[in-house]
Write a protein that binds this ligand. Sequence first.
Ligand SMILES: [Zn+2]
Length: 247
Amino acid sequence: MVKPLSIACLVLSMVFPSASRAGDAPAKIRVLLVIGGHDFEREPFLDVFRSNPEITFETVGHPDAHARLSAEAARSWDVLALYDMWQPISDAAKADFLARLKDGKGIVVLHHAIANYQKWNGYARIIGGKYFLANESFDGRDHPASTYKDDVRFTVEVERNNHPVTRGVENFEIVDENYHGLWVDPSATVLLRTKSPTNHPILAWARTEQASRVVYLQLGHGPSAFGNTSYRKLLAQSIRWTAGRSE
Ligand SMILES: [Zn+2]
């Protein structure tokens, strides 16, 4: 027998789909922000996360960060945001990282985190790019060490504005660090480009790995980037997309 209350709930949930949720607002996206191994201006950077109303976040440094990748510890976060630059990683931590990709955790890789784990090629494959800290043979060719140049004013060109990460973002100017001589996975979905001669032509991309969505955003060296409204929007939309909250 169908109780009247069930019918009322059914009708309500058809008229107001959100009424079937426990509350009105969707749960906040829980971000685990990994830092360490590279200096940055802490407060202006953390403000980008504090001012994002869609998320809660927690920072963790090295060497503690890898313990947060275990199946048990990963119950407390939805998206891993990497703003670290760190080299040592155990086989157990690599296995945990790979297992979280099978779980479909979101991965947002920021700026210098493209230089993480130089000796673990799996990391470069997962994130879809690599900054070479030294000359290296990778992906069938010899790469000289990558280079950087700070305080460059350049134009960021949106490659496609129909992607959830770039939606609503127009081409914009920014003062930020340039990286040159990167390897970028040719199968990654290009999101942002630049013609700055001291930068690799691709500034941001998206890909999927196992069940996870992955975004790399090169922007974000210091306060001139952190305060840029387009940077903030790109980062917020990267978190949202990798969390599976946008299609
Ligand atoms: Zn930097």
